[in-house]
Design a protein around this ligand. Structure first.
Ligand code: GLU
Length: 426
């Protein structure tokens, strides 16, 4: 069957991200007693597109780049999901990320299916002009799939509001009129939402706060270690610090810094995202990204890439709570070890949903051409994050499963119900 072919490409290696995503879905389907043919539908991405396209480089040469856009599911609404620029971007990972978006939108109960896109490239090695050329040509190539009513991209690793602005402009140029709801995470000046930049980190902080209450501890005073100092990691560090937590370790792609007495976040926050930012901070020991995951803390926030907490290091973690700000940072083997060790985990499809929730608000504001104050955005976001956390907690408790399976049970059931109610065409 097509499904097994998709997964078996990787049989002789570590399980691929997509194989992991399918495995998680299969476990949830078992708990939900889901009909096997419906499971077969949900396992498959609905549409996937690979594009190879030329880009004019600054030295006059032409380079061919490969990009993807995958729509996993459209049962609950248009598909939604970010665009990633990273050297390791590939079709398998994009499929997994698209499937995770489907469950994430369903857990937060916003009316979207899941999608993801990306280009295999290192954006730090491209000039601003090359980055714009690449973005506009990639957008043009995937324009047969995207649109305000069909599939709405947003930022992810390696992309930012400026890139979203180029995407919006390119699609608008194709149409001949300004179309702002085709992409979210745009600058506020062209229809972006107040609070979108902070949204994922804010959501991570809200669910961490709720989890602390469950664990009988306080976020204020808790020791926090954060892997990744891009948009999500740096905003999380800032908001956790403002909530009174002690951020003891942070890291970026080059490595991290650790001080058990706390890092002066105000000192490092202004250079977040710039190469060498953390390395210039002197009042801390340097640690590798691997060591950062093992420092003694109360809350560990992996906010970088997938597959960093595995069966090889899960037993070395020295934390009470893991909050998955990245997509897929903990492997299924590590999940089992953390559960055995009594370490609570808030899964990605719940923990980092704040970004897509405010993307939804941005889309609604663009469609209505009516823009909200930041307080309204933040208030509504916090309410959705709290409500989602507690519904996941309850279903996990009722079924004796961990928080990841609780979140999957909610997300998969909502998508399965929508599919059943709509029926199979024709
Ligand atoms: N890329 C983000 C995510 O993984 C945001 C997606 C969006 O806002 O559509 O959730």
């Amino acid at each position: 069957m097509a499904q097994s072919l998709l997964v078996e490409e990787h049989v002789n290696e570590e399980p691929s991200a997509y194989a992991i995503a399918v495995g998680q879905l299969v476990t949830a389907a078992h708990y939900l007693n889901l009909d096997s043919s419906l499971l077969e539908v949900l396992k498959h991405p609905r549409r996937e597109l690979t594009v190879n396209f030329p880009v004019k480089m600054d030295d006059g040469s032409i380079r061919v780049f490969t990009g993807y856009r995958v729509q996993h599911n459209l049962a609950r609404g248009p598909s939604k999901g970010g665009i990633r620029y990273h050297p390791d971007t590939n079709l398998d990972e994009t499929r997994a990320l698209a499937m995770w978006m489907t469950w994430k939108c369903a857990v937060a109960n916003i009316p979207y299916g899941g999608a993801k896109g990306g280009v295999a490239c290192d954006p730090r090695r491209l000039s601003i002009h090359e980055l714009e050329n690449l973005t506009r040509r990639y957008t043009s190539e995937i324009s047969i799939m995207v649109g305000a009513e069909s599939d709405i991209p947003a930022p992810d690793i390696g992309t930012n509001p400026q890139i979203m602005a180029w995407i919006m402009d390119t699609l608008s140029m194709h149409k001949g009129f300004t179309s702002s709801a085709v992409v979210t995470g745009k600058p506020v000046a062209i229809g972006g939402s107040e609070g979108r930049m902070e949204a994922t980190g804010r959501g991570v902080t809200v669910v961490s706060h709720e989890a602390c209450k469950e664990l009988g501890m306080h976020l204020a005073g808790a020791r926090v270690a954060i892997q990744g100092f891009g948009n999500v990691g740096s905003v999380t560090a800032d908001l956790m610090h403002k909530a009174g937590a002690k951020v003891v370790a942070v890291s970026d792609a080059r490595g991290g810094i650790y001080n058990p007495n706390g890092i002066d976040i105000e000192k490092v926050i202004h250079c977040a995202g710039r190469d060498g930012c953390l390395q210039a901070y002197r009042q801390a020991d340097t640690v590798t990204n691997q060591e950062l995951l093992e420092v003694p803390c109360d809350i560990l926030v992996p906010a970088a890439v997938h597959g960093v907490i595995t069966e090889h290091n899960a037993h070395k973690l020295s934390t009470k709570l893991v909050v998955e700000a990245a997509n897929g940072p903990v492997t299924p083997e590590a999940d089992a070890i953390l559960q055995d060790r009594g370490i609570m985990l808030i899964p990605d499809i719940l923990a980092n949903a704040g970004g897509v929730v405010v993307s939804y608000f941005e889309w609604v504001q663009d469609i209505q051409s009516f823009f909200w104050e930041e307080d309204e955005v933040t208030g509504r976001l916090e309410k959705i994050m709290r409500r989602s956390f507690h519904s996941v907690k309850e279903i996990a408790k009722e079924n004796g499963v961990d928080m990841r399976m609780g979140a999957y049970m909610i997300g998969v059931k909502r998508v399965a119900d929508a599919t059943n109610i709509r029926g199979i065409y024709p």
